[in-house]
Design a protein around this ligand. Structure first.
Ligand SMILES: Nc1nc2c(ncn2[C@@H]2O[C@H](COP(=O)(O)OP(=O)(O)OP(=O)(O)O)[C@@H](O)[C@H]2O)c(=O)[nH]1
Ligand SMILES: [Mg+2]
Length: 624
């Protein structure tokens, strides 16, 4: 517990049940862009920001993972309890807690409020989701509630622009008064859960009697969505539409970017004197970064669907549907959302596994998360599909969309298989039933979707501008030195370069799985960021942005120089490997052990090699 410097104001912490709107409120108060989505367990870390009060004073605000009680059962709840009790090293105890309560679910919310009060935390209650409560005809006597609780209660609507105005005013008032001294240790007398519940009932009977009779579960749409047969059919259809759209909608924006990259390369080539600098810019930077950039539309389309699904409230329902299936292979139904987040990137997926209380379940989820197809793999898939899968319709379906769906499915199925093996190895038994609250369906807000897409675009562009840029420059250097002799062809020049020699040295290793030396080179930078495999192929095939955008040229070049068997083997390789380094770092942090990092690395490489080998041999045998 760190004492505060004189004059400094202790931070305000937002505490409440999962999915009650803490992060939405936090974003309003601080102008941040924390992730808001319609399911429990979105926030798994402590986040901080600054709010400016009406009098100009700045106070620190903390957004915390949701929790139902102050007895933590999961790693994310643990974070919340540690922060509010000031048990994190180097952090002050929050001076004031804003207890966020979902007005449509007072029962669970008030229970937590009473628990906080018992422990002597100074409180302001934010009664959030008042718009939904009103729409459902729920009347809550706010004044009476404040009187019963003995603290301020402020209605808020965290999805409206000024939905936090009253709360801000109230915070200003509250912070102007001296804060009460925290209760001395030992002075806390905790009531039993049943006593707490009785208190909540008695408060509800007085301030909102209608809630006592309110049912949380609304049939209707859910009769179809949660149906054991229809529900699965709907889920399959939803996923299928997503993959079709990734190809069908991306054509023209892709051409637009290709055109721009091509024009930039040609412009540079025309205005610069021949020499290493021109080659670096045109063949290295523009060709390399451009080759990755063209996949932006496809990534955004994928994210558009993920964001809509997250906001609608569909995800926890899908988790329930699949709970049985996942339980059979040894994953908890709770693993569904972390695994789905891994479609974006394994890192948030692995962190979201904090919401799983059982350590073995959590570890199994972490271990298989990298098998879910992260968005960095999309460019590699899209490139190879574009080069090797003909544009053909099978009924209403495109063959390319179908292939992409198949690759994603291969990732999911192998994750299930690995989880099943882990279950055997660990002799795991004891199925734990899934307890998850179903949020109401919500219309996704266009504003939130746009913000989410912008965020994604920025992350992707930042990757292109930093790691992909750097690797491209390094690779350009390695493939241009030593300077080839006069009259050498482009292919000879690369073969003689450092990169070429490295590729040849590695080739015996990858020859059994059908890879040539060019592929061997591209796999190395692909380990730091998978997308770079695409630009690296551009570099080793000596494509220059001086003629046309490199991505455009790459597909025909690959189609010509590789056998289909090689291409399929490379696709199979990328379903499993290589692990990107930042994922491994997060695995180390979340499991606190190097052991799991090495196990993960080894099993993924082994699977990748085996899968590529089998694919290559089978494709050759079939005459690929
Ligand atoms: N209608 C309405 N929706 C809201 C309100 N506040 C939040 N939401 C929605 O409720 C959902 C959950 O909001 P979040 O801010 O992510 O909730 P959270 O409490 O941070 O959730 P966790 O991080 O999972 O604990 C999102 O879909 C929000 O758009 C509100 O006042 N009214
Ligand atoms: Mg949150």
């Amino acid at each position: 517990m760190k004492p505060l410097a004189t004059g400094a104001v202790a931070p305000i912490a937002l505490v409440g049940n999962p999915n009650c709107g803490k992060s939405a409120l936090f974003n309003l108060l601080t102008g941040s862009r924390q992730k808001v989505a319609n399911y429990a367990g979105v926030t798994v870390e402590r986040k901080q920001g600054w709010a400016r009060l009406g009098n100009g004073q700045r106070v620190q605000v903390l957004d915390l993972p949701g929790t139902y009680s102050l007895q933590p059962r999961t790693a994310d709840e643990q974070v919340t309890v540690e922060v509010i009790e000031g048990r994190r090293s180097g952090e002050a105890v929050p001076g004031l807690i804003v207890a966020v309560v979902d007005a449509t679910n007072l029962r669970m919310g008030l229970r937590l409020v009473l628990e906080l009060q018992q422990r002597g935390h100074p409180l302001v209650v934010a009664l959030n989701m008042m718009d939904e409560a009103r729409a459902r005809g729920l009347h809550i006597d706010v004044q009476k509630l404040a009187a019963r609780l003995g603290c301020a209660v402020v209605p808020t609507v965290a999805v409206e622009r000024h939905g936090h105005a009253d709360l801000l005013a109230r915070l200003e008032q509250q912070l102007a008064q001296p804060l009460p001294e925290p209760l001395p240790r030992g002075a806390v007398v905790l009531a039993s859960p049943s006593v707490l519940l009785a208190q909540v009932r008695s408060i509800l009977a007085e301030v909102a009697p209608a809630t006592l009779a309110l049912k949380r579960f609304q049939p209707g749409l859910d009769r179809w969505v949660m149906h054991p047969v229809w529900g699965l059919a709907i889920l399959a259809a939803v996923l299928f539409v997503v993959f079709q759209a990734v190809f069908a909608w991306s054509e023209w924006p892709k051409e637009l970017i290709e055109g721009a990259v091509g024009a930039l390369g040609q412009g540079l080539a025309a205005h610069m004197a021949e020499g290493p600098l021109r080659s670096l810019l045109v063949d290295g930077v523009v060709a390399g970064c451009g080759a990755v950039l063209v996949f932006l539309p496809q990534i955004l389309i994928l994210f558009f669907f993920i964001l809509v699904l997250e906001e609608s409230g569909y995800l926890p329902r899908a988790a329930f549907l699949l709970d049985n299936l996942m339980g059979r292979v040894g994953l908890s139904g709770r693993a569904f959302i972390p695994l789905l987040s891994s479609f974006a990137c394994a890192i948030p997926g692995i962190m979201a596994a904090r919401t799983i209380s059982n350590w073995r379940d959590r570890l199994a989820t972490i271990m298989v998360a990298p098998l879910m197809t992260c968005s960095a793999r999309l460019p590699v898939y899209a490139l190879l599909i574009g080069a090797f899968i003909p544009e053909r319709q099978i009924g209403p379906l495109s063959l390319r969309g179908l292939t992409l769906f198949g690759l994603y499915a291969a990732g999911v199925l192998s994750a299930m298989a690995v989880a099943w093996v882990l279950k055997r190895v660990w002799h795991k038994s004891g199925y734990q039933p899934l307890m998850l609250e179903l949020p109401p369906y919500r219309m996704p807000q266009p504003r939130n979707i746009l913000i989410g897409l912008k965020e994604r675009a920025v992350i992707f562009l930042r990757r292109v501008g930093t790691i992909i840029f750097t690797l491209t420059v390094v690779l350009w250097f390695l493939s241009s030195w030593p300077v080839p002799p006069e009259g050498a062809t482009a292919e000879q020049a690369i073969r003689l370069s450092l990169a070429g020699r490295l590729g040849e040295a590695l080739q015996p290793l990858v020859a059994p799985i059908g890879f040539n030396w060019q592929i061997a080179i591209s796999l190395i930078p692909g380990m730091a960021a998978r997308e770079v495999a695409v630009s690296a192929l551009g570099t080793v095939y000596a494509l220059s942005a001086a003629k046309d955008s490199a991505a455009d040229q790459l597909m025909p070049v690959l189609a010509q120089s590789w056998s289909a068997a090689t291409a399929y083997a490379l696709l199979a390789w990328f379903v499993f490997a290589p692990q990107c380094l930042s994922t491994l770092a997060v695995v180390r942090r979340e499991t606190n052990a190097w052991r799991y990092v090495f196990i993960m690395l080894a099993y993924l490489f082994a699977l990748a090699y085996a899968a590529a080998f089998v694919t290559y041999r089978v494709a050759l045998w079939l005459g690929g």
